[in-house]
Ligand binder design. Structure first.
Ligand code: NAD
Length: 294
């Protein structure tokens, strides 16, 4: 078992660090929040006073921070002089430009580094069933893999540095657009007199089927249990969907890619968040679409 530094013990990182400790690793955990440090201690990690202390002597350093600016700051201030046999694993969802820059700076110092954003929410982080999509050189991937396997059910090498972030943002572009389309179809069906359960029974077996329809139906009482059945509490917050769509739109600008559906989904989620609903699950956008036509 190895010494692992873990920086960022929030909704996701808290469960992930706990799973590494459960697997027998010596986890040195750091967060700016005292409550998060207390929870990590209760979960078997050793709380330390700084990101640098977490990284000191670690075989792997995992970061799970809100956005690119946080990761860039921690890498610049606390991880710039880690030992050459350390592997840096950033599991945060961040912008592509920052992910690629941090990877090339690490490579220039001879440090193995990967971007490894996750699919799966807080429950999957706690249960150790996340899916990791990993970008980085093959050798760095192989060094990161055992630590990721201790926190997830699937670890996939997506390609070179940044490819994990590309996979994550493209996946969530599909998710945001299909959820918005699924919601508007349910609203239209109801307004045209078609019962939601009947529409689900038909569409989930027809070509309208998608994960948003079949596994995460946005209508309460229809399909398997989902956040819709809990008044859209828990699940994947609309604000995080907006964040991911904005990352995808920024990357699309850089690549001169046409993303009309992603752009529309981003605008809808921005409206949802601006309307004060960003803390609700992203399928709650059906409520906004149920409103009268403006
Ligand atoms: P969070 O806000 O709950 O946790 C982030 C933690 O980082 C906080 O505890 C904060 O105190 C800490 N932090 C911030 N700056 C720090 C610093 N300089 N040093 C140490 N700690 C610092 O966020 P989260 O929900 O855990 O999400 C983390 C990442 O995972 C994000 O990039 C998010 O987009 C991604 N993600 C989240 C989910 C989800 O369902 N919550 C799902 C997939 C991916």
């Amino acid at each position: 078992m190895a010494r692992v530094g873990f920086i960022g013990l929030g909704n996701m990182g808290g469960g992930m660090a706990a799973n590494l400790a459960k697997k027998g690793h010596d986890v040195r955990a750091f967060d700016l929040s005292a409550a998060a440090l207390d929870a990590a201690k209760a979960a078997g990690c050793l709380p330390v006073g700084s990101a640098r202390d977490a990284a000191n002597g670690a075989e792997a350093v995992v970061t799970m921070l809100p956005a690119g600016a946080h990761v860039a700051q921690v890498y610049a201030e606390s991880l710039s002089d880690v030992a050459v046999d350390t592997v840096l694993i950033d599991c945060s969802t961040i912008d592509l430009a920052t992910a690629r820059r941090l990877a090339s700076e690490a490579a220039a110092r001879g440090i193995a580094a990967v971007d490894a954003p996750v699919s799966g929410g807080i429950a999957a982080a706690q249960a150790g069933t996340l899916t990791f999509m990993v970008g980085g050189p093959a050798a760095a991937f192989e060094r990161a893999r055992p630590f990721l396997e201790d926190m997830g059910k699937a670890v996939i090498h997506a390609g070179d540095s940044g490819a994990g972030q590309v996979a994550k943002m493209c996946n969530n572009l599909i998710l945001g657009a299909t959820m918005a389309a699924t919601c508007e179809a349910f609203v239209l069906a109801r307004k045209l007199g078609l019962d939601a359960q009947t529409f689900y029974d038909i569409s989930s077996k027809a070509t309208g089927q998608s994960w948003s329809m079949t596994s995460y139906c946005p209508v309460p009482g229809v399909g398997p249990e989902s956040p819709a059945d809990r008044d859209y509490r828990g699940g994947f917050a609309g604000a995080l969907m907006l964040k991911d769509l904005e990352l995808a739109m920024a990357a699309a600008d850089g690549a001169e890619a046409q993303v009309p559906m992603g752009t529309r989904a981003r605008d809808l989620y921005r409206q949802f968040v601006d309307g004060g609903q960003g803390g609700l699950d992203f399928s709650g956008i059906i409520r906004m679409l149920e409103g009268a036509r403006g």
